[in-house]
Design a protein around this ligand. Structure first.
Ligand SMILES: Cc1ncc(COP(=O)(O)O)c(C=O)c1O
Length: 450
């Protein structure tokens, strides 16, 4: 049928109004005046800027949500808090209070956990570099050691000989779970038969008792199915070992890797849409367990989730120090925090909130940090209204891998506070000063300036 003629119309474009894609980037802005009811103003006035702020409430909520997702589906679940993700005492202690044991990957982290009061038997010791001394201590104190390579088997046999007893160990394995990149650098590879060789080697040595399997397939894994593949292969390997070598595999440690609601650079969809819920992961993992385990067999399921637990519980408040115009016309801001504090800025595009109402049209803006270094960029391009000097920006989520991977380069590390559940604000790490930096330095006598 012939279409009915419609007169052309000219419609005025109303910039700034909501359209079918949501808010116009020219007016949309996120305002945050407080964290857990404590005003940004109060926090900065009392504890300075930049300032890391941890929410105890959010941290506990996240832990409980993730723990419950698994413990409500499987009867034998233990969480090992991944120290490297954030080893502030206050963070570790909160999670230990919630029931998590410690997962450490170096002698330093091991020492930290012990100093916090965690018994060796509640420590999982992973990682590719464990000295003989560190292994011996961990064995004496009853920690769970997951072996990374053949040389470590030999080392542990030496420890067993020295202590005159057989040692229970786990081995770390790596495998193809269908995701890229495949982490193949840690542990023994399953598909090539290397993992089986490790079992044979342990058996032949007759000084160690294999009692667990560990695997960590990567980080920020947005595909729950990858875990189902991991679990299936781990369970099949467990039975292969039990049937052929007479060991009893008591635990399956499936590592960490669940994503937080952060936005990876290069992803298009917002995290709320892109990131599967923790229940989807728990469902896939526990289904894979039930489909592959023999009836009545419930080995301990260990999880070492890091990022998904802490990332969203921490914020970084920064202050705009200056603004400038770049030769290409873009607006740029200098903030008092940069990649020295937010190491994860290299791969995340954080949510940025402003501490006050601001008028004016948004324009693409770059946010630089305080470092005299070209790579110090917190955001290469975000829509921001004209910001006055002194305006505060709140970056989130920043709880994972920043307070451990930050660097002391030309600036002091700032205060970290925790907003407690009762509304009080506690400093959990004090701002550094020159004494922290120079404490270990020694100036030869003849170089001293009189
Ligand atoms: C052995 C091990 N377990 C747990 C984690 C924590 O991972 P995520 O923060 O991705 O959960 C890591 C991080 O790399 C790891 O190497």
């Amino acid at each position: 049928m012939k279409k009915i003629y419609e007169k052309p119309v000219i419609t005025k474009i109303q910039t700034g109004f909501m359209n079918k894609f949501g808010n116009s980037p020219y007016y949309a802005r996120k305002i945050r005046k407080d964290i857990d009811g404590i005003s940004i103003n109060y926090l900065v006035e009392n504890f300075g800027s930049p300032l890391f702020v941890i929410s105890e409430k959010k941290l506990r909520q996240q832990y409980r949500k993730i723990y419950n997702a698994f413990s409500s589906r499987y009867p034998n679940v233990v969480f090992g808090w991944s120290y490297k993700t954030n080893y502030l005492q206050a963070v570790c202690a909160t999670l230990h209070q919630e029931g998590a044991i410690a997962e450490v990957v170096s002698a330093f982290e091991y020492e930290k956990a012990r100093k916090l009061g965690i018994k060796g038997e509640n420590i999982i010791f992973n990682g590719p570099y464990k000295s003989l001394k560190a292994l011996e201590l961990a064995v004496k104190e009853g920690a769970t050691i997951n072996i990374d390579h053949f040389d470590e088997i030999t080392d542990l046999e030496k420890v067993a000989e020295k202590l005159g007893k057989k040692i229970k160990v786990g081995i770390r394995i790596n495998m193809d779970t269908g995701i890229q990149p495949q982490w193949s650098r840690f542990g023994f590879n399953l598909e090539t038969g290397q993992a089986l060789d490790a079992v044979k080697r342990i058996k032949a040595g007759n000084k160690l008792i294999l009692s667990g399997l560990h695997c960590h397939i990567g980080t920020f894994i947005i595909e729950p199915e990858a875990y189902a593949n991991e679990v299936k292969k781990m369970v099949q390997f467990k039975y292969e070992i039990e049937d052929n070598f007479g060991y009893s595999i008591e635990f399956l440690d499936i590592g960490g890797g669940f994503p937080s609601k952060n936005k990876l650079k290069g992803t298009y969809l917002p995290p709320d849409i892109l990131i599967p819920s923790i229940d989807e992961y728990a469902e896939k993992i526990t289904n894979a367990l039930y489909e592959n385990l023999k009836p009545g067999d419930f080995p301990k399921l260990i999880l070492e989730s890091g990022r998904a637990i802490i990332d969203e519980a921490e914020y970084l408040i920064t202050t705009i120090h200056a603004s400038k115009r770049l030769p290409d016309g873009r607006k740029a801001y200098v903030a008092d925090a940069g990649v020295n504090l937010l190491f994860t800025a290299f791969w995340y595009k954080f949510s940025i909130e402003i501490d006050r109402e601001v008028s004016g049209v948004n324009e693409p803006s770059v946010i630089y940090g305080p470092l005299c270094m070209n790579i110090d960029i917190l955001d290469e391009g975000t829509f921001l209204p004209p910001l006055e000097r002194g305006t505060r920006l709140i970056f989130s989520p920043v709880g994972a891998y920043n307070n451990t991977q930050w660097m002391q380069f030309i600036e002091y590390r700032p205060n970290i506070v925790m907003i407690m559940e009762n509304g009080s604000v506690e400093v959990v790490r004090e701002r550094e000063d020159l004494t922290d930096i120079e404490r270990r330095e020694k100036l030869p006598e003849k170089l001293k300036i009189l």
